[in-house]
Ligand binder design. Structure first.
Ligand SMILES: NC(=O)c1ccc[n+]([C@@H]2O[C@H](COP(=O)([O-])OP(=O)(O)OC[C@H]3O[C@@H](n4cnc5c(N)ncnc54)[C@H](O)[C@@H]3O)[C@@H](O)[C@H]2O)c1
Length: 247
């Protein structure tokens, strides 16, 4: 029996990077996955995973839009009557030292990384509650804990994800719903590729296991928390960083 057999999962930001890694691992473990992304690239990602035997649907969803989020949720509920797993993975950076940071840099990151967490979770949670089962896992970051030059906006949202997680788990545990976060370290993706080369080289040098993380590494980390077997783990932030930060 596969780990996620019969589970319906939403993965936000699944078009590429870590989200794509999560979609692949979840599909291999038997889940039916709904990939939410603003990028049309999501269509191709879903097509490739389907060709490899996965069961995955692309829905073009901007997670900052309440109406788009609710419409996509309603579609899944009409079709499958339940949502077992919500992965709040989509996120962005707008790095700039704080004195140079514009209100737009600040607001964009808060809006996508934090405000959207409200919208997606509000939309899906009532269905988990009525089913008496759910797994909600959201993307924090190592930099929400250790801080990073140029990332006051980003670090603030990622620390907030862990706080949100600790509080929500207390409210919904009685409905069979666990709420956790994953704090990735330095992982190969468009987001990390966009950083200056000297930052990338430095970050990799600081990883005790001696390599950058992969989207699949993260897929397995999310899988651990998404599994039915992890029902006694709730409210935690799981650090997956190759030892780059003491937990
Ligand atoms: N890559 C890393 O080293 C790293 C480290 C720590 C945490 N993280 C976190 O992991 C998550 C994934 O990061 P990644 O490196 O794969 O980034 P990425 O930029 O490669 O992928 C992010 C995805 O989110 C999607 N997205 C952005 N805004 C959206 C919106 N409004 N609606 C729907 N989708 C939207 C993008 O289109 C993209 O497909 C993020 O939350 C990020 O903060 C990444």
């Amino acid at each position: 029996m596969k780990e996620l057999e019969g589970n319906i999962a939403i993965v936000t930001g699944g078009a590429r990077g870590i989200g794509e890694g999560i979609c692949k691992v979840f599909c291999n473990e038997g889940a039916t996955v709904f990939l939410w992304d603003i990028l049309d690239e999501g269509e191709l990602t879903a097509k490739k995973i389907n060709e490899d035997g996965g069961d995955i649907f692309y829905q073009k969803v901007d997670i900052t839009s309440e109406s788009q989020v609710n419409k996509a949720t309603d579609f899944i509920i009409k079709k499958f009557k339940k949502i077992d797993i919500l992965i709040n993975n989509a996120g962005v950076i707008r790095d700039r030292s704080f004195l140079k940071m514009s209100k737009d840099d600040w607001d964009t990151v808060i809006n996508i990384n934090l405000r959207a967490l409200y919208l997606t979770t509000q939309s899906v949670l009532p269905h988990m509650k009525s089913a008496g089962y759910g797994r909600i896992i959201s993307a924090s970051s190592i930099n929400g804990f250790k801080g990073a030059f140029g990332q006051t906006n980003y670090s603030a949202t990622k620390a907030a994800v862990s706080g949100f997680t600790r509080s929500l788990c207390k409210e919904v545990g009685k409905y069979g719903i666990t709420v956790n976060a994953v704090a990735p370290g330095f992982i190969k993706s468009k987001m990390s590729d966009s950083m200056p080369k000297e930052v990338i080289d430095y970050e990799i040098k600081m990883i005790p296991v001696g390599r950058i993380g992969t989207p699949e590494d993260m897929g397995y980390t999310y899988l651990f928390l998404a599994s039915k077997k992890s029902g006694f783990i709730s409210g935690i932030t799981l650090h997956a960083n190759g030892g780059a930060m003491p937990n």
